[in-house]
Design a protein around this ligand. Sequence first.
Ligand code: F6R
Length: 247
Amino acid sequence: MTKAQFQVFPSPEAVAGAVASHIGGVVRTRPQTVLGLATGKTFVPIYEALVRLSGETGLSFAEASSFNLDEYVGLAPDHPASFRRYMEDNFFRHVDLPAERALLPEAGGDAEAACLAYEAAIAARGGIDVQLLGIGRNGHIGFNEPGSAFDGRTQVARLTPSTIAANTSDFPAGELPPPEAITMGIGTILDAREIVLVATGAAKAEALTRAFVALPDRDCPASALQQHAHVTVFCDEAAFAGMGRPA
Ligand code: F6R
């Protein structure tokens, strides 16, 4: 049985406000917080709410650090669909988090070396305090697709056809997502002291049920989170709809 706590809200906007205020509280309490960040459609309103909170309350990230979960292999940082660009546009550019401490995997050169360097950089900061996660319809977290080992470290991962299909709309017309990405491994994610998983919309209901109602299974990477002692799931009613039913 999962130890995860669930916070259920009527709408994605309400989820965004609650996640922003939770993260704001963490950073206010410990200004040197090491954040693990995620990208994707789910997080657009969350960064918007966090930027608004920072503007309205003076919440500062000046002493914080961040490590994003993943980045496509081979995309230039300023490519419109790179996760670096997403983070600059949605968050980094609007807050006072120092650029040298706002890191994503370096997916442009020697990818294997970049994976090791990323693990070392996280360790050198003392590990991740709070890791934000979305969830794929197939249960992926980061780019850890079904079948990934629960003790995996930062690595080069191959995207499944369903993830490529889900992310194609982020790319300019006629362009497909790269087939590979660097992602924190599930073991890296589980090392975070706290995990906040966010799921909104009916399309995530089945994945949430498989992750938290069924027994942990490598076919659903998010089910590894059942092993973690401090997980909070922030979701809307549509994503929560299947919970309580057998997966
Ligand atoms: C993004 C990431 C992915 C997304 C997931 C859900 O950094 O790691 O695991 O969280 O694919 O994406 P959306 O929110 O677009 O449905």
